[in-house]
Design a protein around this ligand. Sequence first.
Ligand code: ADP
Ligand code: MG
Length: 499
Amino acid sequence: MEIEPAEEVKEPPRIHRLDESVVNRIAAGEVIQRPVSAVKELVENSLDASSTSISVLVKDGGLKLIQVSDDGHGIRYEDLPILCERHTTSKLSKYEDLQSIKSMGFRGEALASMTYVGHVTVTTITRGQLHGYRVSYRDGVMENEPKACAAVKGTQIVIENLFYNMVARRKTLQNSADDYTKIVDLLSRFAIHHIDVSFSCRKHGAARADVHSVATPSRLNAIRSVYGLSVAQNLIKIEASDNDPSSSVFEMDGFISNSNYVAKKTTMVLFINDRLVECTALKRALEVVYVATLPKASKPFIYMSITLPPEHVDVNVHPTKREVSLLNQEVIVEKIQSVVESVLRNSNESRTFQEQTVEATPSVPSVTNNDLHLSPSPSGSKSQRVPVNKIVRTDSSDPAGRMHAYLYKNPQKYLGRDSSLTTVRSSVRQRRNLKETADLTSIQELINDIDRKCHSGLLDIVRQSTYIGMADDVFALLQHNTHLYLANVVNLRSMSLQG
Ligand code: ADP
Ligand code: MG
């Protein structure tokens, strides 16, 4: 009898302890997944430090440089040696504190992680100090003793060469679209929630910031400043709350887009207890409502801030704190969904035609987005860059030379009291040249001649029409009664300049 050869027995591999630096680098890669996650952690630290102004500078999508400067309370000199060690924090001391935590950070991992995957330099000054300190970190420890330096109020943190030691991560990031757009998007979201803080975000070398918000008491102002007029003018305020401990306890307020808003992608800016988070269940539930309620089924814009008792939120469910888990989440989602639905139904019944308006001076300085809402005519946008002495003035109240004459929301303002053509004409002439007298006979003859040739029907259409917007670079859309007209504005303008 033959004995079958026994199957070769594989020895179990030996288990060994990983080197601490490897452990730390693996963990760091989870916390700082991409440049935008580093920016989020740094901005949250600045907000936790009670800053009122936060500016971000980014080079090469964040791989070369991320710099976040704030005017917060700064970091104590004595804390600098352990600042970037793992699990060092000023925000949490015992596990139970997590139940009531209000700050955005609590794990003491963010700064440490950054030093394991990039080169971190901190410059900080605390109140009452004559000078600040600057120190660089590598793998959780200081590279040198903190050096005294000049500093302005607050803290500046610079990360250079992010993922220099993670070849695969750096390659994937370099091949994909750069994180700058994501960073701008992130800052835009923070800017419309923390409206008492001014934010700016700029690409290295760029003269202009892509996000530039100033502190304002009005959320709608902030949204207009960051996302543009086309978003802000199509929003409806929304509120909901519940205070029944057996089902749910929450307060919600926000803005949602109405039926005039058009977008291909949903923008959902959600803050829960002031944390920027994502909640797929809520987002889906609201998208469903939009599809069901609005005929055009455009994707919505939603800004929502939900507050719950801190003990109802588990903030510690995601390595980047991107998601939170809520007590009675389903009930809350359902309640918000039904409020959104009834608000949308009401708004849909009273759908309105939005007239385009032009602000002479925007109340809040400009911001992001390629929103073209303030440049209805090509001459309008170009004139900003023309030297002042070369600008053609079309209206005395607008030295920048925009085509205000065509943009008045309410032409009756001019024509209401005495709508005779002569009055209008003399007021226009006076605005152009104050010294000019209207009593020259030659001018009077010319005017009479024009009056004779004037088409009264057309005059009426132009006078009573409402400006809707530019159809393209040349034609403006005007509405008169139930008719839409295309007016060649370039011709009109050259006529008015010659005339
Ligand atoms: P966490 O935010 O979870 O505490 P971090 O690693 O992000 O952990 O930060 C560690 C600590 O460094 C914070 O607890 C805070 O005390 C301090 N810190 C970080 N950034 C700033 C800042 N911009 N201004 C003041 N203190 C800061
Ligand atoms: Mg933090």
